[in-house]
Design a protein around this ligand. Structure first.
Ligand code: FEO
Length: 170
């Protein structure tokens, strides 16, 4: 059974995923303004991924016979002290989202909501990848911060990021 509590919690998660998208788009704008087009491109793809995450919840709620009610989305930060600070904020944000997903999973377990457990498994795995991915970028930016030619090379490298297949299809 898809409980009212689960419906509400997943509806809230759409807001969290859309806010994630908003944060990354804001970081992309920050990097554009700082002349890091590769970092900006990386964040723009991150934005697209978050939109795809929001749509997964959106479609799932409807597939369980309930409706989505969109909630307000707050204004994300616009400025960061440095590229490293922006990527560190991204990692911290992903850790927070992992906590959200784990709470949803715990609720589905408590309620014996097997379809939701199956649905959420994808997000459990995705969050492991997200944290590994963003954490790797934080490590790389830390290594090269202050070395301008190395930052330029890293910017070029991150600019090669391609959208995942599911985002390309949309
Ligand atoms: Fe949708 Fe990056 O978590």
């Amino acid at each position: 059974m898809f409980s009212k509590k689960m419906h509400q919690a997943m509806n809230d998660q759409i807001q969290h995923e859309l806010y994630s998208a908003y944060i990354y788009l804001s970081m992309s704008a920050y990097f554009e303004s700082e002349n890091y087009p590769g970092f900006a491109q990386w964040m723009r793809i991150q934005f697209e991924e978050e939109m795809a995450h929001a749509f997964r919840f959106y479609d799932y709620i409807h597939s369980r016979g309930e409706r989505v009610t969109l909630l307000p989305i707050g204004q994300p930060p616009a400025e960061y002290e440095s590229p490293l600070a922006a990527f560190e904020a991204a990692l911290e944000h992903e850790q927070k989202i992992t906590g959200d997903i784990h709470r949803l999973y715990a609720l589905a377990t408590e309620e014996n909501d097997y379809p939701s457990l199956s649905f959420l498994q994808w997000f459990i795995d995705e969050q492991v990848e997200e944290e590994e991915h963003v954490g790797g970028v934080v490590d790389n930016v830390k290594r090269v911060s202050g070395v301008s030619h190395a930052m330029l090379m890293l910017d070029r490298e991150l600019g090669q990021r391609q959208p995942p297949a599911e985002v390309e299809e949309e």
